[in-house]
Design a protein. Structure first.
Length: 179
């Protein structure tokens, strides 16, 4: 079964000034339903983020400073990680969307694991109302895998049905052998 982030509980963790140093009010649990969430509560100009479904195998992260522009401090790391449950369909790629409006944000600032995306915004400048858009691609199941799964399911069904019916000799359908 294909499970991507759409409508799942995820975790947003902001790191500053290095990756691994968790910022105040972080991590935050949220649902990937396209709703905006505050990234931190202590920042003088808090950003909002959301995760929404684009296609059956693609989600989009949106990150913005809605009330005013904001320049992020240029440290070794000034950004966030969004992670989903282990066991979901794995992430296979992440990229900056063509509609991204934040100058300086490139795919080089992005990284991913099978269930998480990390975005380093160090040194980026967000003009007022500019939205950073990051696309997250999930694995598409192979057609052969679906056929193999269906074949296995049919085999299990057939074995279960035969076991319920019992052996042929118990149903009286086999002629008795005489010595």
């Amino acid at each position: 079964m294909t499970v991507i982030w759409n409508n799942q509980s995820l975790v947003f963790t902001y790191y500053f000034p290095t990756y691994g140093t968790v910022f105040a009010d972080s991590p935050l649990d949220f649902v990937a339903d396209g709703s905006p969430y505050l990234s931190t509560l202590t920042a003088p100009s808090p950003a909002t983020f959301s995760v929404g479904n684009v296609t059956p195998y693609e989600e989009q992260i949106s990150y913005t400073y809605p009330t005013s522009g904001h320049n992020l401090t240029n440290t070794s790391f000034n950004g966030f990680t969004i992670s989903g449950p282990a066991g979901d369909t794995p992430i296979v790629g992440v990229r900056v969307d063509a509609s991204n409006a934040v100058p300086g944000l490139t795919s080089a600032a992005l990284s991913f694991t099978s269930n998480a995306v990390t975005v380093n915004l160090a040194g980026d400048a967000f003009p007022a109302g500019a939205v950073a858009l990051i696309d997250v691609d999930f694995a598409i199941p192979e057609p052969g895998g679906v056929v193999l799964f269906a074949s296995g399911l049919l085999l299990v069904f057939a074995i279960t049905r035969l076991r319920r019916r019992g052996p042929a000799w118990a149903r009286g359908t086999v002629a008795a052998c005489s010595p």
